[in-house]
Structure formats: C-alpha cells, structure tokens
Write a protein that binds this ligand. Structure first.
Ligand SMILES: Cc1ncc(C[n+]2csc(CCOP(=O)(O)OP(=O)(O)O)c2C)c(N)n1
Length: 537
C-alpha cells in the first residue's frame, strides 16, 4: 500500500465507487484526485459544489454504491452543504471529503471555520484520520454512511498527512449491516390486523427501492390484489402501469378519497420525510414495515416491524386471504386520481402552451428507457402525476429536502452512471438558474441529457401561495431569460419554443442528439393554480 491518499482511493474502489464529484482546492484534494484516477475513479469537475453533492447522492441512489463528493476547505464546504442535506434527508450514502486545516492553527485565520460543526447536523459521522488505524477508521466511517438510515459522512484531511505512508490497517472492511430479526409479537399483531381488514391498501416509500424490496412488494400485490400507492421517491417501485397502482401518496387532496376507502394501511418502507408538514389524515389501523426507527414520526402505527422489508413482506403474505376491493373499483380510483393532474389545462386562459401540454408532448417524443429527473416547483406536479414509471429510480426527485437546482445535476449523474440511457431533466426557470453552470458539465462529459425548461419567468409555486393568501404579487417574478441562448453559449444543442407547433419537433430533435440538449419552452402558468388545488388541496 502507498500513502494515505492511495489507501483512501483503494478503499473507495473496493466499495464500488466509479467516479467522484466536486470542485477541488489545492491541498489534499489534488493528491486524492491523482490516487483515485490511478484506481479507475475519475474526478468529475462540476461548476458548483452543491451540484456535486447532488450528483454524488443520486449516483448512490442509482448504483447502490457509495457516492463521493470532494471540495476545498471553507467555501467549498459551505457550498456543498445543500447537496449533503439532500443526501441526509433523501437517505443516500455519501462520503464528503474536504481539505482540513494544518495543525499550526495559530497561524490560520483565512477561510477558517468549524467545518465539522457546519456539517454535524447533516452527517452520520466525521473523521480526520489522526487515529492509529486511519484506514480502518475510514472503513468504519463508510459503514456508518451505509447503515440505515443511509446518509452522508464527512472526512477532512490535511495535505501533509495525506502524503504520509499508510500504516497497515487492523480492521478489514466489514460486512454490510445485518437487518434486525422481526419481532414475533409485532408480527402476530400485524397478521391479526391484516386478517381482519376488508379493504387493506399499501403505501410504498423510499426504503423500498432496492431490487429485493421491489420484488417482494410486487409478489405481495399480485397475491393480495389490493391497491398500492407510491410516494414520489418510490415511483416505479410498484409499476405505474400495474392496474393495482392507484397513484401517488403525497399527503394531499388528490389521493385522499381513494386512501380514505381503505380500512387498513400497510406502510412499506415509508419514511416520514416523505410526508408534508401537517397531520396524518387516515384514522385506520397502520401496519408499518421499516428498516429502522425514525427520529421523528408523524404516524402512530398499531404494529411496527423493523427489519428487512422483503423478509417482512414474505412473513405477511398469507395474512390477507380475501377483501372487498374489485378490479372495477381500483380502475375507477386510478382514473379519477390521474385526471386530477389535468385540472386547468384546457381552460382558454391556459393557452397556448399549458404545462400539461408540454408533459404530454415530451411523453410522446421520449425514447424507450428514458430516465427523468424533476425539480422542485409547480411544474413537478404535471410531470410526476402524468408520466408513468415502471421501475424504481426511473424518476429522480428530491422529496425529503425538496430542493430546487436538483433536476439537471441528477440527470447528469444518471447519464454518467448509465451512458447509454437517455435522461430528461424537467425544471422550472428558477431551479435551472440555481445550477445552470452544470450545462457545461453535461457538455464536457457528453451526457445524453435533455433539459426541458418550464419557462414562465416566475417562482410560480410560491406565487400561487401568495395569490392564495391574497397577498399582492411581489418578489416572485424574474426578468425574462432566453435559456436556449445561454445553453448555446455552453456549446449545448438548444431550442426555443414559443408556439405549440414548435414543441414536438423541438423535443424530438433534442432527444435525438448524442449529447446534451436544452428545450426552453415558454409556458403559460395559468393552469397551475387549479392543478395545485386539485392535487395538493
Ligand atoms: C433551494 C431552494 N430554494 C427555495 C425553495 C422554495 N421553493 C420551492 S418551489 C419554488 C419555486 C420554483 O420556481 P421555478 O423553479 O421557476 O419552478 P415553477 O414553480 O415556476 O414551476 C421555491 C422558491 C426550494 N424548494 N429550494
């Protein structure tokens, strides 16, 4: 083994890391970039550390391997915090590496801050490698990122140390955390409740995205033939094309009538971060299957089974033998719920391009196996409620943090992880402006990413809330921007759409490109108001 930098790179490679993201500083970052390149881990230079954090976390979600982001000290750390908050609240295992301050602290004032303190509320652990077994300590830190609830950990290293020889480790890489055995009493209670239920329904959440949990859920639904709802993060865990998949649980008005018909709810890997602020509205027995306990819960389940989701699903399989749901009833619930997304689209004031029309055109133009990512804002309702997804991670979305500036970095991460698979990033203009430099990252890496902008020169979701509270319009509108012209400046294929007849051809041509493209669509935001009320209430 060489120096500590080499040892870090080797430990990351051993865990399946295939690339790291960030904006480097001039100290330990440069050694680690060199060591990592040598073991086949390229460093993807992003334009902003926040985007690098999001890319690292999304890489972890898609590939199942640890994501890695590396930054300089001081502003590199503070800029990355939003991406790290995404990894924390959307539950992705990520290692953040930053330059530490040399030990002669009396001489250091420039860019000096308590970096561990800044990151402490967001991270599962931090390390500076000053211990006697630095490589073993690193392995144990990475285990903490991968333990449930998965999340970010932080490593800071001084440049002088990273070039020292790595001592032999006395702690080899450990086995993945074993799931706890299911509690027998809770299992009996759960089976009893399910046996009595006349209309059981399932809500699947973000913990259910791994292949074993997906397979077990699908087996359960096929056996029980009951309705299933997925959260936004779990979209595709139960295929949107399956007649049992009714729609999404968002804690809003749209799904309330359908879920309100259930007399028991099985929460399958649902994380409370997926619930919007406010009370849980369904006063029926709850059976909860979860990989871990939650720091804060909004629900008081009658039975909680903590452990492996697939094992728990198998243990409950025979518990439901009959119920009152019929295929016709479920089909009606599906249709009603799906129709909610169309609200306002065809009102005369919504022309010429309502957001829903843009989504319909994109669905028609999209190639097979496309993966979509969606930003935070009014536009996300149209995309997530209209676009069917048949597999986990087929759509990428920030739910726990719900951060803007997400869709483009997420689509780039997707394209780097699966270069042959096209990705579409749907974003509002506000969200795009928070990360627009990443168009350069997409160009530099020849990513097959098509960015579709809902351009309405406004923070529409916030404007809608302002209108609802009958406040005067202020502080939410932008001066108009031509994103196609900006994209061209990055060397990105670009299309500006102002009339409906331009929409289909522009989308088809953009999606035909071998590299990145951007379609800047001037949308009429009028329909959003009705749609928000219809979906969220
Ligand atoms: C980083 C960040 N800042 C602010 C918010 C609050 N927020 C949520 S949606 C939204 C408006 C988004 O506007 P835009 O991207 O233009 O999308 P639109 O609502 O117009 O579809 C804002 C400001 C947020 N979620 N994330």
């Amino acid at each position: 083994m060489g120096n500590i930098s080499d040892a870090i790179a080797e430990r990351l490679a051993a865990r399946g890391v295939r690339r790291m993201f960030g904006v480097p500083g001039g100290d330990c970052n440069l050694d680690i970039i060199e060591s990592a390149e040598r073991v086949g881990i390229p460093f993807i230079l992003t334009r902003n550390e926040n985007a690098a954090g999001i890319m690292a976390a999304v890489t972890a979600e898609i590939t199942g391997a640890l994501g890695v982001v590396m930054t300089t000290r001081g502003p590199g750390v503070t800029n990355a915090t939003n991406g790290i908050a995404y990894a924390d609240l959307d539950r992705a295992p990520v290692l953040m590496i930053a330059d530490a301050y040399e030990r002669e602290l009396d001489l250091i004032t420039h860019q000096r801050m308590d970096q561990k303190g800044v990151l402490a509320p967001l991270t599962r652990g931090a390390l500076d490698l000053y211990g006697e077994d630095p490589v073993g300590d690193l392995d144990r830190l990475l285990d903490r990122a991968c333990a449930h609830p998965q999340g970010p950990v932080y490593l800071e290293i001084v440049g002088s140390m990273v070039r020292e020889p790595a001592p032999a480790t006395n702690g080899a890489a450990r086995a993945p955390e074993a799931a706890p055995a299911l509690d027998k009493a809770a299992l009996a209670t759960a089976r009893g409740l399910l046996g009595k239920a006349k209309r059981p329904a399932i809500i699947a959440g973000l913990q259910a995205c791994d292949p074993a949990s997906v397979a077990a859920l699908r087996t359960l639904v096929a056996a029980w033939k009951c309705p299933v709802f997925t959260t936004y993060k779990a979209k595709g865990v139960a295929s949107d094309l399956d007649p049992h998949t009714i729609g999404h649980y968002i804690g809003g008005a749209s799904e309330a009538p359908a879920i309100g018909e259930a007399d028991l709810l099985l929460l399958y890997g649902f994380d409370p971060v997926e619930h919007p602020p406010g009370k849980w509205r369904y006063p029926v027995p709850i059976v909860e299957l979860t990989r871990h306990r939650f720091e804060r819960h909004v629900i008081a389940p009658q039975a909680t089974l903590i452990g492996d989701l697939a094992t728990a699903a198998a243990a409950l399989q025979g518990a439901v033998t009959s119920h009152d749901w019929t295929p016709a009833k479920m089909a009606a619930m599906r249709t009603t719920l799906r129709a909610r997304a169309d609200a306002g689209a065809d009102a005369p004031e919504s022309g010429p391009i309502a957001p829903q029309h843009l989504v319909t055109a994109a669905m028609k133009a999209a190639p097979e196996r496309v993966r979509i990512s969606v930003d935070a804002g009014a536009h996300m309702l149209s995309v997530l409620h209209m676009w069917p997804i048949a597999e986990p991670h087929g759509s990428l979305f920030s739910r726990g943090l719900a951060t803007m500036g997400f869709a483009l970095p997420a689509a780039i991460a997707s394209s780097l992880a699966e270069p042959d698979r096209p990705a579409i990033a749907f974003t509002g203009d506000g969200g795009l402006m928070m990360c627009i430099g990443e168009l350069g990252t997409a160009v530099q890496n020849k990513c097959r990413v098509t960015t579709v902008v809902f351009n309405d020169s406004s923070l529409t979701l916030i404007g809608a809330k302002q209108r609802r509270r009958q406040l005067p319009n202020a502080g939410v509108d932008f001066s108009p921007a031509n994103f196609a012209a900006i994209a061209e400046g990055f060397g990105c294929a670009a299309y500006r759409v102002e009339a409906p007849e331009q929409l289909g051809p522009a989308l088809r041509s953009a999606l035909d490109q071998d590299g990145p493209a951007l379609v800047d669509v001037v949308v009429n935001p009028h329909a959003y108001h009705e749609q928000i009320i219809s979906i969220r209430g």
